[in-house]
Design a protein around this ligand. Structure first.
Ligand code: URA
Ligand code: SF4
Length: 207
């Protein structure tokens, strides 16, 4: 089975994890992507935000949530009263998965498979073990499935505080929609308000 496990160092904190993740070959996604996009933020962050996987911009720049979805997310976080600098931001899958309609054409984001999410899980587990966030904000269905299992439905639990055991640790989680779903929504303003109000639930859940 695909797994990042043999690439994850036993200790050493975030810098060591980041260095090791740059060389991960735990699944085939490293082959076509530009680079590993590891999480950003400090080990003492109170909140961990988990997205799906890097997009085109993230793949080029090597940082999570720097493209259009990330800009929307930063705005929503600020509006909900959460300083983006206080959060650790990462993805369930650390390499960009894409297809091209034609050679040399624009790269189109493709959802990671369950196998790829499972393969990449040890990186997320290692990030959780180091950061020990007070709260995890789950951004969309893919992150939800990666953290909470394949039966996860974002519409059923968004904007609520869940208490679950994740990678062997008791965690509190607030799920919400993925910021890129807001960009695609017919009622973009309504979808954005919904995201902000879910993030407000997360902010109030911080002690
Ligand atoms: N979408 C994600 O899920 N993660 C990113 O880093 C960027 C876009
Ligand atoms: Fe490793 Fe995850 Fe990249 Fe696959 S997607 S190669 S498991 S870092």
């Amino acid at each position: 089975a695909y797994t990042a496990e043999p690439f994850v160092p036993g200790g050493g904190g975030l810098p060591a994890l980041r260095r090791a993740a740059a060389g991960c070959r735990g699944c085939p996604l490293h082959r076509d992507a530009t680079q590993t996009v590891f999480g950003t933020g400090t080990a003492d962050a109170r909140v961990m935000l988990v997205g799906e996987q890097p997009g085109d911009q993230e793949d080029r720049q090597g940082k999570p949530f720097v493209g259009p979805a990330g800009q929307l997310l930063d705005r929503a976080l600020a509006e909900a009263g959460l300083d983006p600098a206080e959060a650790y931001v990462t993805n369930a899958v650390k390499h960009f998965k894409f297809t091209r309609a034609e050679p040399r054409k624009r790269r189109i984001h493709k959802a990671p498979s369950l196998r790829e999410m499972t393969a990449c899980g040890p990186w997320l587990a290692a990030e959780l073990a180091v950061v020990e966030p007070e709260l995890i904000v789950v951004l969309g269905a893919t992150a939800g499935k990666a953290l909470l299992g394949s039966s996860f439905r974002v519409g059923e639990v968004r904007g609520t505080v869940l208490e679950r055991e994740i990678h062997g640790r008791p965690e509190r989680l607030v799920p919400t929609v993925h910021p890129s779903s807001v960009l695609r929504a017919d009622d973009r303003e309504g979808a954005y308000r919904g995201l902000v109000s879910d993030l407000e639930v997360a902010v109030s859940a911080l002690s």
